[in-house]
Design a binder for this molecule. Structure first.
Ligand SMILES: *[C@@H]1O[C@H](CO)[C@@H](O)[C@H](O)[C@H]1NC(C)=O
Ligand SMILES: *[C@@H]1O[C@H](CO)[C@@H](O)[C@H](O)[C@H]1NC(C)=O
Ligand SMILES: *[C@@H]1O[C@H](CO)[C@@H](O)[C@H](O)[C@H]1NC(C)=O
Ligand SMILES: *[C@@H]1O[C@H](CO)[C@@H](O)[C@H](O)[C@H]1NC(C)=O
Ligand SMILES: *[C@@H]1O[C@H](CO)[C@@H](O)[C@H](O)[C@H]1NC(C)=O
Length: 338
């Protein structure tokens, strides 16, 4: 509810201060509940200027150029090229004919700019959010790390998927590294329809074989899902971009990577499920780690709160919108109404 109010506020009242809108009234009770530093970012909105908005995404475009560089293609990665892994210094893979044949011909982002994009971060805040319809109304929906989209979740997270990422670790944990029966993997992928499956195959040498097995499996079972690989040089330049912005993390999370990709490919980007804290900002209920389970991440390479603060900064600049809280039914009809 407050999320709705916030977005209305940000888009239509961006040039007024909170006090102008409702003197003497706590215009946003969400703000009262937010941790202090976030409250500052979220609630002391400065005027959104189109120039700043443009600069933020053109900065990304200059530095990272997702359209032509995010994905390994036959056009940008010829046979014989030595591809350097982004997670392991001094490791490289020479592109053989066999490897080349599994690459897409050209960038799937070639000629398009999507008007409205939704990026789904899988956080527990999506539970009971009723955001499914609003998410599905976006032109392009990005999801991270093969999230479950069964009927129990549809109302809250939707089921439309245009691009979904998979960390090789999930292929190892959930699908036995695709060295045994492969049908469960193919059946599970059916929930993403003809989405692109995006895998960071060139991050660590140990992930290459399982990433290729995923691509071969989907091809052999004639799945409509198409497998593509992140270009490691894109991931390196993206990590550098965020470092330059002051984000001190060893590696950006999939959520931040996909949000950055969306910023370059879409006019309007909305993030759902990125809230990294334990308590719901509206209801104060304890949240699970993901909307589908309460598994804690074993690895400590990511710093979700630090990433979230950076995303909130972009939110406060009007570059993207961080959605928190419930989605109202009436808003599900139109993505651009606010
Ligand atoms: C945005 O970019 C334009 C041209 O590239 C530049 O003139 C302007 O100063 C920049 N504005 C900001 C706020 O960085
Ligand atoms: C874009 O880059 C320019 C110059 O490098 C910088 O002054 C500006 O603050 C950047 N804009 C954003 C929104 O990061
Ligand atoms: C982009 O447009 C060109 C020329 O119209 C076309 O040949 C190519 O297939 C398009 N690429 C994509 C990814 O749609
Ligand atoms: C979601 O709703 C169910 C049923 O109303 C309730 O049991 C559960 O506690 C709620 N979860 C959250 C995180 O609000
Ligand atoms: C999403 O759900 C709708 C309605 O239940 C269904 O028709 C559609 O096929 C689903 N989409 C995918 C990709 O499963």
């Amino acid at each position: 509810m407050c999320g709705v109010f916030l977005f209305t506020f940000f888009s239509s009242q961006a040039h007024q201060s909170a006090a102008d809108i409702a003197p003497g009234f706590s215009w946003c009770w969400l703000c009262e509940m937010l941790p202090h530093r976030i409250r500052f970012l979220f609630c002391h909105q400065t005027a959104i200027t189109k120039t700043e908005e443009k600069n933020a995404s053109s900065n990304l475009t200059n530095k990272c150029n997702a359209v032509s560089k995010a994905i390994i293609t036959q056009a940008n990665t010829p046979v014989g090229k030595k591809v350097i892994y982004d997670g392991e210094k001094a490791k490289m893979e020479e592109v053989t004919r066999k490897l080349f044949s599994i690459f897409v011909k050209e960038s799937p982002f070639g000629n398009v700019t999507w008007e409205t994009c939704a990026v789904i971060g899988n956080g527990g805040i999506l539970s009971n959010s009723s955001c499914g319809q609003e998410i599905d109304s976006a032109q392009f929906v990005f999801r991270c790390n093969l999230p479950p989209l069964g009927k129990d979740f549809k109302k809250h997270v939707g089921n439309k998927t245009n691009l979904v990422t998979a960390n090789p670790s999930i292929l190892l944990e959930k699908f036995e590294g695709l060295t045994e029966r492969r049908r469960p993997f193919v059946e599970s992928m059916a929930s993403y329809g003809d989405a692109l499956l995006l895998i960071p195959a060139f991050s660590y040498t140990r992930n290459m074989a399982v990433s290729l097995r995923a691509a071969y499996t989907l091809e052999e079972f004639q799945s409509p899902t198409r497998t593509v690989f992140f270009s490691p040089s894109y991931l390196r330049s993206l990590a550098q971009f965020w470092k330059d912005q002051g984000l001190q993390v060893p590696r950006p999370s999939s959520g931040l990577i996909v949000a950055s990709l969306a910023l370059e490919l879409c006019s309007e980007v909305r993030l759902y499920g990125f809230w990294p804290y334990l308590l719901h900002p509206d209801t104060q209920q304890t949240l699970t780690n993901h909307y589908y389970d309460n598994q804690q991440s074993m690895r400590t390479v990511h710093n979700m709160p630090a990433e979230f603060r950076h995303l909130l900064r972009l939110h406060s600049q009007g570059v993207l919108r961080v959605h928190l809280g419930q989605c109202a039914a009436r808003r599900a009809m139109s993505f651009s109404e606010v």
